[in-house]
Write a protein that binds this ligand. Structure first.
Ligand code: IPM
Ligand code: MN
Length: 358
């Protein structure tokens, strides 16, 4: 039998542990159907652990995580703790220190009734956002001067490097080619106001010349938000900066049915990469067994795709799509009438029947 895939699991805060539990059950079932093995190691980091030990993400654990093939994360964030402390100490730490420069966010509508837009069908909402994941205002170059006084000055630098911009744009061109759907890549920026983004425009043109089969398109971020609602069918592959990607993908998640299904991969090709639902820790639903685990289950699918287990990945995606189309899972919110575990069970029971390419 082949070697097991080593997976670090960080369930985190709020609803994180509940949705991750279902994600792992689905992972085990798919592994047994497809005949591969996984070896998971769970880490306790998050709010509870921090309150008990004052530890956020110790280096000893971090160096273990670095050795794994992939990481599955639930959610981080807790109202008892200073805003940003754990988000930066756990999620951003992994994104930066593991150099996960691609944040991949598919936007796919699986069933028409889940879309809040009038007359939009699954074929109209099927694009993918490649969000740069290591630069921009997230780099943390910030400061306060005369803090707490009427003369306070607060700064946070938006930084883009030539290397960082080029590698993510190149990844997006390659992805547009692999997807083979519209063979179109849209650059989303704000170069008309944030003039530093002229770097993005120049790199996009330059790298784009190496991909004559991919049509190049452009939209400013404000207009891209508008098109996302008005004509989502115009997007195929989208590449954008860290903060614009953050905002655009919450909006985009809504047109695919909501944060209940939106998943993402934080990727450095060929290295340990991190997969997570886009939603947060939703503290008010924590421990109630009502959170929808589908976004985490889809994150597991993305993780398998990344690991090269494409049949397993497709099996999960097809199962979820079929359960949504048939309305056996009637909605994507916490109001579906199904518990977290019941949704997990439905997916697990249906995996075997999924139609996947041989
Ligand atoms: C996301 C989240 C994070 C981000 C937060 C928790 C720092 O919103 O993954 O989209 O802004 O990147
Ligand atoms: Mn976000």
């Amino acid at each position: 039998m082949s070697e097991a895939y080593t997976i670090a699991v960080v369930p985190g805060d709020g609803i994180g542990p509940e949705v991750v539990r279902e994600g792992l059950r689905v992972l085990e079932r798919v592994a047994s159907i497809e005949g591969f093995r996984v070896a998971t190691t769970t880490y306790p980091f998050g709010a509870e652990h921090y309150l008990k030990t004052k530890e956020i993400f110790p280096e000893s654990a971090f160096s273990e995580v670095r050795q794994q093939r992939a990481i599955l994360l639930g959610a981080i964030g807790d109202p008892r703790i200073e805003v940003g402390l754990l988000e930066f100490g756990i999620i951003a730490k992994m994104r930066f220190e593991l150099d996960l420069f691609v944040n991949l966010r598919p936007v796919k509508l699986y069933a028409e009734h889940l879309c809040p837009l009038k007359d939009k069908k699954p074929e109209d909402v099927d694009f993918i956002v490649v969000r740069e994941n290591t630069e921009d205002a997230y780099a943390g170059m910030r400061g306060f001067f005369k803090k707490g006084t009427p003369d306070e000055v607060a700064t946070q630098e938006i930084i883009f490097t030539r290397k960082g911009t080029e590698r993510v744009i190149r990844y997006a061109f390659e992805l547009a080619r692999r997807r083979g759907r519209g063979k179109k890549l849209t650059l989303v920026d704000k170069a008309n106001a944030v003039r530093a983004m002229d770097l993005w425009a120049r790199v996009f043109e330059e790298v784009g010349r190496e991909y004559p089969d991919i049509a190049r398109d452009h939209a400013y971020i404000d207009a891209a938000c508008m098109w996302c609602v008005k004509n989502p069918e115009w997007f195929d592959t989208v590449v954008t900066s860290n903060m614009f990607g953050d905002i655009l993908t919450d909006l985009a998640a809504m047109i695919q049915g909501g944060l209940g299904i939106a998943a993402s991969g934080n990727i450095h090709p060929g290295q340990v990469s991190l997969f997570e639902p886009i939603h947060g820790s939703a503290p008010k639903y924590a421990g109630k067994n009502v959170a929808n685990p589908l976004a985490t289950i889809m994150a597991v699918s993305m993780m398998l795709d990344y690991l090269g287990e494409t049949r397993g990945a497709a099996r999960i995606e097809e199962t979820v799509a079929a359960l949504l189309r048939s309305k056996r899972i009637p909605s994507l919110g916490s109001d579906s009438g199904l518990s977290t575990a019941e949704i997990g069970n439905l997916v697990i029971e249906s995996l075997e029947q999924a139609k996947v390419p041989a």
